[in-house]
Write a protein that binds this ligand. Sequence first.
Ligand SMILES: [Fe+2]
Length: 391
Amino acid sequence: MARAAGSTNPPFGTRSRQFRALVVHSQPEALGELAELLGGLDLHVETARTPVEALNKLRQGPAHVIVAHHVTGTFDGVAFLEASIAHAPEALRIAVVASSDEASELDHRPATEGAIIRLVARASERSRLVGLVGEGIKLVALVESQRELVRKLQLEHQKLQRRETLLDTVVKERTKELEESYGKLKIANRQALFGLAEAIEAKDPYTKGHCGRVAAYSLVLAREVGYPVEGLETLEFGAFLHDIGKIGIKDAVLLKPGPLDEVEWVHMREHPMKGYDIASKIEMLHPIMPAVRNHHERWDGSGYPDGMVAEHIPLVARIVAIADAVDAMITDRPYKSALPLDECEAVLRKTAGKMYDPALVEVFVSRHLGRLYHDEYDALPYDDGYEASAS
Ligand SMILES: [Fe+2]
C-alpha cells in the first residue's frame, strides 16, 4: 500500500514497525513522483523541499532511506546527504542527479563518510531506484531482527544471572541452616551418649569417670597410630560406651566387693553381648558396636564373646581393650590401689601378644601415653578437630 508524502503523515518515530523514507527535491512534481515510487514499497514517506526542512524532519526521528535531488551549484543534495549521517547513520543514502556528466563530476568531489549511491534522474533509472531501496529495506529489516534477537538474548541472560544469584543466595542460606541443624544434632547426640555413659557409671559408682578416661586414652592411642581422622569421633563414642552392657548386669554381681565365683563371672562376661543388643536397637549406636562387643577379645584368642584372634579383632576394640586395662590399673579401686605408670607399662609389655595387640602396646608404652592425666600432659581436646597432641 502506498503511503505518499504529505503533512498529514505522523512524524518520524511515531510508527513502531514501519520503515521510513525521506525524499528531498526542489520541484513538487518530481518530489511527488519519487514519493509515489517509494510509497509503493510500503514505506512511510516524508517529503521536503529544501535541505533545511529535511534536516528538521530528521531531527524528529531517523529515516531508513534518504533520497535527495542534486543539481551542482543550485541544490546541493549531496551535502545534505552527508549532513544526514549525523542524524541517521545507518540509512541508505541515494543522490538523484540531473545528468550522467553531473554524476561523473561528483565522483571527483571529496567524500566525507558513508556511501552515497548516485542515480541519474531519468525514467530508466526509476526501476533501479525501486530495486535498490527494496533490497536496502530487506537488509535493514534483517539487521533490526538481529538486534531484537540480541536484545531478547541479553534480557534472558540478565534473567538467568538474576536467578543464578538468587539460587546461590538460597543455597547458601539452606546450607547454613543445615550446618546449624547438623551442629545442634551433633550436640544432642553427644548429650544423649553422655547420658548413657552416666547411666552405666551410676550403676557402678566405683568406676566414676572411667568411661571418659577410656575414651581419652583410646583417642590418644588412635591418633598416635594414624587412625583415620574421620573415624575418631565414632571411636571416641565407642570407647565411651564400651561397657554399656553393664546396665544389664545384676547389681549383686556388678557391685560385689569381693571376688566373683564362676557363675557370677559367666554373668559378668555377658556384658559385651548385652551391650551389643542394646546398641543394635539404637541406630545411632550401630557404628560403635565393634567397640562394645569385642573390647574383651584377646590377641591370642582367649577372650570373649567371639574368641577372635589378633588382627581379626576390630582395631577399635583392640585400642579400647588397652585403654580399659590401663585405666583399671592406674586408678584406685575399692579392692586395690593404683599401680604406678611404669608398673602398668611393664604389665602391658608382659601381656602384649597374649592379651593385647603388641604393636599398639609398643606405641602406648614407648610414648608414655598413660601420662594423659598427669600434669606433664596437655589436656586432650574434646571437640571436633583433634588438633592438640601429647607433650
Ligand atoms: Fe567391659
